[in-house]
Every structure is written in C-alpha cells, then in structure tokens.
Design a protein around this ligand. Structure first.
Ligand code: NIG
Ligand code: FE
Length: 420
C-alpha cells in the first residue's frame, strides 16, 4: 500500500469530480487542471491534491511516504485501453507485405490469412508460452502509461483454444497490477472447418463455449465481429441474446469494412461499446445519440490498414461521447502505445489534445465499467498516473508523434518505470 507525495507539478490535468462516468460532446474539450500543484497518494489511492500554496506538510508528517518532484512536467491520469487483442501467438508481417503489394485486408482474410492465420498459430502454442508473451506485452504497455486494459479472446476458434486464451487472460489478471477486463470473442471469424456450416459454429459457441466461459467466470463481455464477410446482424443478435442469459454484456466490432448495421445492432442489444466505426454516417450517429453505447474508434487500425478514420470529429460535434483505444493485435494494429493513439487522434481525426486525452482516459473507463475506479485525477480513485517529460504545454504530447512523452509511470501509487 503505497503512500506518495508529488510536488511542484507544472500542471496536474484530467481532474474530475467524483461520480462522472463519461464526457460527451462539448464537455470533451475541457481538461480540468491545476498549475503548480501537489498530489497526495495514501494507501495506493488518490487522497488529495491542490495548488502548491495550499500544501499542508503536517498532513504527511506521521506517515512514511515517497516524495517525487514533477517540476516542469505534467501529471496525467493513466490511459484506459478498452480494446486489445494482446494474447496472440505470432506476428503477421508477411500479410503486411502482401498489402504493400496491393492485396486488401479482406482479400487476405478470404484466402485463409488474417484471423484464421492467427488462429492456426495460436492453436499450436502452449498456454504457458502464450501467457509469457502476453505478459511481456502487458508490461511494456504499462510502462508507457496504460493503467487499465481490456483483452479479447478470438484467435482460438475451437472450444479448447478459446478457453486456453481466456485462461491466459485470467492468469494475467492474477499477476497484473492494473485492472484487466476479459472479453469472449469466439465470434471473431468462422473457422475453416465450419466454412460450409456456419450455423454449426454458431451452435458450438452457444451450446459449448458460452456455458464454460460463464461457469469458470472467464469473461465480463461478449464481442462479435459484426461486419461484411464475418457475422451478420441477425447472427449477432442471436449470439448476444444467448450471452445475456449468462450475464455477459455486449461489445461489438462493427462498421470497419462497410455500412453493415453493426452500430444499429450494438444499440439494439444495449452494448456497452461499439468499436471501429470507420464507416459511420448520419444514420449511425443518430442511432448512437439515442443510446448509452460508447462509440470507440481505433485510429491505429486505420493508420496501419490505410482505411478511413472513424469520423469522430462529427460525432463529438453532434454531442456524442467518443472513446479511443489501441486495438493492439497482430493483423490490423501491431502497436498498443496509447501516446501514438493520441497523436493520430489529433493529426488525423482533428481532435484537440484535451479531447484526445479525455477519449483515452475517462471515456475508456466508461467502456470498461471502470469509471468509479480509474480514468481521472479524482479523490478515492486508484493512483494510476504518469509524469511527463518536461513539456511547455499539453499539445507537445501529440505534437511529438511516435515519441512518447510519458516519463515516470505510477500504478497504485508505486513507481513502475522510467522512459527517457
Ligand atoms: O479489431 N477487425 C477485427 N478484428 C481485429 C483484427 C483481427 C486480425 O486481423 O487479427 C481488429 O482489427
Ligand atoms: Fe479489435
């Protein structure tokens, strides 16, 4: 249980009142902050903060604590990455080269590459090896400022291998200092063996996978890739209604490859989030405005695949909340650095730095039901935050694209690591 005092903070930013679950529309443009501030962490939680002139040293006297100066630096709440696939067996750089030479992501998937390629590799790898690889990825992401994360299955595609993936995620939860939420994504693709019998695979998910996932408490959420060439809205409705019987709330991969009804399907199923959204028109925005479903955009995927960016500027201008996540996976986004997501949000999606930070912190927390625990500088929340390199203003974070400004990382008030 760490006690920590950070003083001389040039700017303590991302402060929110208790109880705020998410920020929408114009609210996203504001990042509450205090210049020349202190921050006090007691028993691993944020206990208090304020301007330096209000500091009362007597408060800290009787307790042992670590003292850190954040002179010339910003202190920001850790990122909440609400969408990742960090359990995977092998990279897919050969498909990357095929795309450079002109093949599309969909053509590669149709020819048995893509998700099916990852599934084949994962089926060949032991649970222990998968765990070790994923743990190394998790540690690296934490060191670059991720303070809570979601991890999906979906590269198993057989009963044994989906459970293997979810058990790896369960083991990661046991050793991780940051909160992890697990999502069952058995409906990521139709496996080769069921190509001529897609209903057979859907039955397998419903009658064999879901009962074990629920009985062993292996997932909080159920995700479906509801898109062109993958699962239809009708199939998605059925899968999500079966998952609901076990208390699994919906998350959806939708509208990545076309206007395929993914958003409407998510809202109809009261999904916690609908993710991707590269193809979003007025109709989808209107539908989301009448819902509690968080739109999640994944700019790293657009960057790497060369597909359109989700129109999040229009979404925010229409009054919607927007969340941004990494989508770290070996096919569409081999990168989980949230600092880069913030840069892409500003350079490609025309979000302001403040909007991009809100989209990757408090709104990420909403997309994982974690808003009461993390995602802002708030009294009583977990002390997951980072100190930046010296910065003249917040805009330097996205400005130095590809160069992380996250310097000293703290998780539960403990110093985790230093990036130069
Ligand atoms: O979110 N679009 C679906 N699933 C993943 C990519 C899967 C893969 O290519 O391995 C995504 O981008
Ligand atoms: Fe994804």
């Amino acid at each position: 249980m760490a006690n920590l005092l950070v003083t001389d903070i040039k700017c303590l930013a991302g402060i929110l009142e208790n109880g705020i679950q998410k920020l929408s529309g114009k609210e996203m443009a504001h990042l509450e902050s205090i210049s020349n501030a202190w921050l006090w962490v007691e028993n691993s939680l944020i206990k208090d903060f304020g301007p330096m002139e209000t500091i009362n040293w007597a408060l800290f006297g009787p307790i042992g604590y670590t003292h850190v100066s954040a002179k010339d630096s910003f202190v920001l709440p850790s990122f909440v990455d609400s969408h990742t696939h960090i359990v995977f067996a092998k990279t897919r750089e050969e498909e990357f080269v095929m795309r450079i030479k002109g093949k599309t992501y969909e053509e590669i998937a149709e020819a048995g590459g893509g998700i099916l390629n990852s599934a084949k590799r994962l089926q060949e790898m032991s649970e222990d090896d998968l765990f070790l690889q994923a743990k190394a990825r998790l540690d690296e992401l934490i060191a670059f400022g991720t303070g809570a994360i979601e991890i999906k299955s979906g590269y198993g595609l057989t009963l044994i291998d989906e459970l293997k993936m979810l058990r790896v995620i369960k083991r990661l939860k046991e050793v991780s200092p940051i909160p992890i939420k697990a999502t069952f994504l058995g409906a990521h693709a139709i496996p080769t063996a069921y190509k001529a019998n897609r209903n057979g695979y859907i039955d397998l998910i419903v009658s064999q996978m879901l009962p074990v996932v629920a009985a062993e408490g292996l997932a909080e959420y159920m995700d479906v890739f509801c898109d062109k060439g993958f699962f239809t809205p009708e199939e998605t409705d059925y899968l999500l209604s079966e998952a609901r019987k076990y208390g699994l709330k919906a998350k959806i991969h939708g509208n990545e490859l076309g206007y395929t009804g993914g958003v409407q399907t998510a809202v109809r199923n009261n999904a916690l989030s609908v993710d991707h959204l590269e193809y979003t028109s007025e109709a989808e925005i209107e539908c989301l405005l009448n819902s509690q479903t968080m739109p999640v955009a994944l700019p790293g995927c657009s960057f790497f695949l060369g597909i359109p960016y989700a129109p999040v500027r229009q979404m925010i201008d229409a009054g919607l909340p927007v969340c941004l996540a990494s989508d770290f996976n070996p096919g569409s986004t081999p990168n989980g650095r949230m600092g880069f997501v913030v840069s892409l949000a500003c350079t490609q999606m025309k979000l302001t730095p403040e909007e991009a930070i809100n989209a990757t912190t408090i709104n990420g927390a909403f997309a994982l039901n974690l808003s009461n625990e993390i995602g802002s500088i708030t009294r009583g929340k977990r002390a997951n935050f980072y100190i930046t390199k010296p910065m003249s203003s917040l805009a330097l974070m996205p400005y130095f694209f590809g160069i992380d400004q996250v310097s000293k990382v703290f998780v539960n008030g403990e110093f985790i690591g230093l990036n130069q």
